[in-house]
Write a protein that binds this ligand. Structure first.
Ligand code: FES
Length: 113
């Protein structure tokens, strides 16, 4: 089986608790928005879709973290998510953000599969 990977961004584009990088993924026949951030040195990627309502999270393109850089925040109604798991920690959301598998190596962040 051939595993195809797609470069999302260079590793140095993601500062710890800094701006994320937006990208798109295929889900069935749809192309949907997603994003990747770095938190405690690790990269984490999710669909850019709040669990409260199907809205994108970032308040400006790539701005996902709260002011302290500790939580991901939805700009619409303030849902709070853990950056490393996507689990809802506060606000009107339930459940978790949909995780996307990514891999970081050789100075790049790649979308798996
Ligand atoms: S749409 Fe995200 S908190 Fe309501």
């Amino acid at each position: 089986m051939v595993v195809r990977e797609r470069l999302i961004c260079r590793s140095d584009a993601l500062a710890d608790s800094g701006d994320g990088v937006r990208f798109e993924v295929k889900r069935g026949d749809e192309t949907v928005p997603a994003f990747v951030v770095r938190y405690h040195g690790q990269v984490h990627a999710y669909l850019n879709r709040c669990e409260h309502m199907p809205m994108e999270l970032d308040w400006k393109p790539g701005r996902f973290f709260d002011a302290e850089g500790l939580l991901l925040v939805c700009s619409t109604h303030g849902a709070l998510y853990a950056p490393d798991t996507g689990v809802c920690l506060g606000g009107p959301c339930t459940g978790a953000l949909a995780r996307i598998e990514v891999d970081e190596r050789g100075g790049g962040v790649y979308l798996k599969g």
